[in-house]
Design a protein around this ligand. Structure first.
Ligand code: WQD
Length: 335
């Protein structure tokens, strides 16, 4: 089976391409490389011994995407391509709505022309918004507090409406919690351009001496240690969830959402201490002000994914910290 992975050179996309190739799928990557390194496909090949076919295109470019579908018999699509920084989306909302919605609409129109009727969509726990209590379940109402989150809510609705109008179509909406860690080889990992927004890549760069210290955004939340709880899961576990979703999409039609998380909330300080302990490194930090938009707790009820997708997060927080550190050490050694 041939799978088109849009955004397949990104953090989660590249780890998913590895799992796909290692499980006998043929993989085609469509990525504009705006937010990913051009050497990622080669790294995927070094890990798997198989080279994905790569189209360096913008998924919203209709003629370019048409060529991908004309030149390849695509059985299903995993759709990662999109802008994903919460803070940036508040600063440039039109770019986020245009990019994330246009890529999806162009993709669905192209899939329709070519009779491709299965999509796995990269959604996010951010669709649960601020009103729901944890653990989140898939039947809860969705909303958002930022343009990035609203694009995820809107794309889920687009897919639900498309499935309602096209009975043979299958859309699996994967709501990711907080993916962290890296491939055990050290060749793939979370390597954002510039100063990281997210906790784990920031911690890793502090530990590597590339940043002076971590600022913990608030320790006065109503949690066991005052810092925010998040449902961190290993990016390789998350990647494997996409293969389970592909199998589900092959056996079902309609739109279904699934939480991909561990079901456990881990605090910022607990993650920092785990990183220090597992890797024997220092991570200097200071307590700063709360970050706008942060919720005290975000964690999943993953029962539906456990039962219907036969998927369960297996790796520990220690595994996540160990692999994240190995990745940055590998990057440093490469120069
Ligand atoms: C985690 C915790 C911060 C950095 C975001 C997106 C979400 C999803 C995952 C796409 C929070 C704290 C962080 C720092 C800190 N992305 N923190 N100091 O905000 O839970 O989720 O990434 O789908 O949509 O919102 O992840 O890693 O940014 O923050 O104290 O320098 O770490 O306050 O409590 P978040 P994060």
């Amino acid at each position: 089976m041939t799978i088109l992975v849009t955004g397949g050179a990104g953090y989660i996309g590249s780890h998913t391409c590895v799992e796909l190739l290692q499980n006998g799928y043929d993989v085609i990557i469509a990525d504009n490389f705006d937010n990913s390194s051009p050497d990622v496909p080669e790294r995927i090949a070094r890990i798997t011994g198989k080279t994905p076919k790569v189209y360096a295109i913008d998924v919203s470019d209709g003629p370019a995407l048409e060529r991908v579908f004309t030149e390849n018999a695509i059985d299903a699509v995993i759709h990662f391509a999109g802008l994903k920084a919460v803070g940036e989306s508040c600063r440039i909302p039109l770019r986020y709505y245009r990019n994330n919605l246009d890529t999806t609409l162009t993709l669905l129109e192209t899939m329709e022309r070519h009779g491709c009727a299965r999509i796995v969509f990269s959604s996010s726990a951010t669709v649960y918004g601020p009103k729901n209590g944890c653990p989140y379940t898939e039947d809860m109402d969705t909303s958002a507090t930022n343009p990035y989150g609203w694009t995820k809510v809107m794309i889920e609705q687009i897919l639900r409406d498309y499935c309602a109008a096209n009975s043979g179509f299958s859309a699996v909406l994967l709501r990711y919690f907080n993916p962290i860690g890296a491939h055990a080889s050290g060749l793939l990992g979370d390597d954002p351009n510039g100063i990281p927004n997210n906790l784990m890549p920031y911690v890793a760069r502090v530990a590597a001496g590339q940043l002076p210290k971590l600022t913990v955004f608030g320790n006065d939340y109503p949690t066991r240690d005052g810092t925010c709880l998040r449902d961190y899961l290993h990016v390789v576990d998350l990647a494997k969830g996409h293969l389970s979703a592909l199998e589900y999409a092959a056996a079902h039609t309609g739109a279904e959402a699934f939480n991909l998380g561990t079901g456990d909330g881990v605090s910022v300080l607990e993650l920092v201490h785990a990183f220090r302990k597992v890797n024997g490194v220092e991570v200097p930090y200071v307590i700063g002000d709360r970050r706008d938009g942060d919720l005290a707790e975000v964690y999943a009820n993953p029962t539906r994914a456990n039962d219907a997708l036969h998927w369960r997060a297996e790796k520990s927080v220690d595994d996540m910290c160990r692999d994240a550190w190995h990745f940055i050490q590998t990057r440093v050694a490469e120069g």
